[in-house]
Design a protein around this ligand. Sequence first.
Ligand SMILES: NC(=O)c1ccc[n+]([C@@H]2O[C@H](COP(=O)([O-])OP(=O)(O)OC[C@H]3O[C@@H](n4cnc5c(N)ncnc54)[C@H](O)[C@@H]3O)[C@@H](O)[C@H]2O)c1
Ligand SMILES: O=C(O)C(=O)C[C@@H](O)[C@H](O)[C@H](O)COP(=O)(O)O
Length: 574
Amino acid sequence: MSGTRPRVVLVGLPGAGKTTVGRLLAGALDVDFVDTDLEVERAAGTSVPEYFRTHGEASFRELEHDVVVRMLAQHDGVLALGGGAVLHPGTQEALRGHTVVLLDVAAERALARVSLSGERPLLAGDPAGRFETLRRDRLPVYERVSTLTVSTSDRRPQDVAAEVLRAVWGAAASLPADVLARLDAAASGPALAATPTRIPVTGTAGYDVVVGRGLDDEVVRLVGEASRALLLHARATAPLARRHAAALEAAGVTAVLHTLPDAEDAKTLEVVARCWDLLGDERFGREDVVVAVGGGATTDVAGFVAASWLRGVRLVNVPTTLLGMVDAAVGGKTGINTAHGKNLVGAFHPPAGVVCDLDALTTLPVADLRAGLAEVVKAGFIADERILSLVEADGGLAAQDPGSDVLRELVERAVAVKARVVGEDLREAGLREILNYGHTFGHAVERTEGYRWRHGDAVAVGMVFAAELARAAGILAADVADRHRSVLGLLELPTTYRGGRWADLHDAMAHDKKVRGNVLRFVVLEDVARPTVLRGPAPEHLEAAYAAVTGARRSGPGPSAQGAEPQEHEQPLR
Ligand SMILES: NC(=O)c1ccc[n+]([C@@H]2O[C@H](COP(=O)([O-])OP(=O)(O)OC[C@H]3O[C@@H](n4cnc5c(N)ncnc54)[C@H](O)[C@@H]3O)[C@@H](O)[C@H]2O)c1
Ligand SMILES: O=C(O)C(=O)C[C@@H](O)[C@H](O)[C@H](O)COP(=O)(O)O
């Protein structure tokens, strides 16, 4: 894409609607949408609020400037700039000659939108007062760099997008017919199908995670030149798998469908062996591909089948559960369970691509949607506080609505966290352990319960256990530990576990992959987005955490209160 330029660059204050309108514009023009905040987070390896906290605004603006300049040179779709990006003189200069649209918004409207969209470091404390100051300082700069101003106050995003298209490309009649059709659809009511977001996973095996709606073509594109595709799916996703199979057949690929047992029953050696037989019967070669259409259990098994057949063939993941989209399908961990525990046999085998079609979530039972939200919340606690504030903003309602923009943002943010981590540490040499937050206890609960618990439910309780352990060890403040219960509670996820099972749980935790030389190691937090590893926790702290999870008692006051001597822990993992 080098040497191209964005069709339009959107600037404006936080809450002006740059992301929403940007996606609509990109959808109408059939081009990609890029939000520079997400690109900056990718470049920084952390969230914007966390970068502000640790490096300060000046350093953030330099990094943001570099990203904006790169995007102006490379991106040929729609580009939305972070609210303060234009403050950098170099960025003002770089915008010269581009089509820059200022989305202007009234203060009360913007504040209402911002309060629903999570942490904004520059508005902390006194949002109304600070917003007025931002508006006063920035408006003259926005006006100087922009070629057009469009108001977004009290208007539907599609009407704003339509005005931008008409103003930038002249009379509607001069727009190409397909753009006109999409524009008409937007103007007559329903919002435009938003354009997909591509989140790259860098590192040894680079691939994209595509998030959006109506993404069947992406699957065909990823299967590409293969002559055969084995589509492994759950019973519940058979209709979807059949639809993909038909599209592949139409593209000249021989599609073989195979139904896996439900949930954890699929993660066995017998099931994998059956798939190997099928691949042999159908003469699958090195150029052929395995496609997983299902939840995390399906992508784990399909991934292991792809990793082991002929020592590795291509894998395309089409996750159909929230948990699959934000976690299991991304990152290349594949595997099955054994009698000794969860995921004990497997391989690192990154997919060729991941297609997260949010439309699949409309048939997902709400209990499974919530289980997926546990892993979303995990991403919030370990790396991106904005995820937590997005959930808290309306008591967790929009997060549980598969059609909401909030859920889409949660998916994108959780995928971005995972992509950042696995891009740096595919084989879990260090940093990747943070993704295991809540899993040491969670996996133990799953094993103790004979895998009848949903994975996400077990991880929810596991995070409460990890928070109580950190609090007992004097590492984590009481209010952050309590926030685990409150956020997970909003999503109706379990935060307690029954008593009397400590011996079984402890035995299961002794098989955890993070154990080194028989010493238990737990990912814990020093604060939100400050994960670390606690090595060999004191038995009384473990038992206090268990007691707290059973509801018997709290595990201790945390470091902000008197009396707790912090236990030593390893270097922070960030
Ligand atoms: N490899 C990794 O990095 C990783 C990460 C997280 C979790 N996991 C694994 O993922 C598994 C949990 O994944 P999960 O929560 O997706 O569970 P799952 O795959 O068991 O799916 C949950 C249920 O939803 C059904 N289902 C799937 N898609 C559906 C749809 N669109 N509509 C209706 N029903 C649908 C499934 O048939 C199943 O009954 C666990 O085995 C866990 O260990 C792996
Ligand atoms: O991707 C990772 O790394 C994770 O730890 C993500 C977890 O959410 C996931 O459940 C993973 O399968 C656990 O891995 P394991 O190595 O503890 O089995």
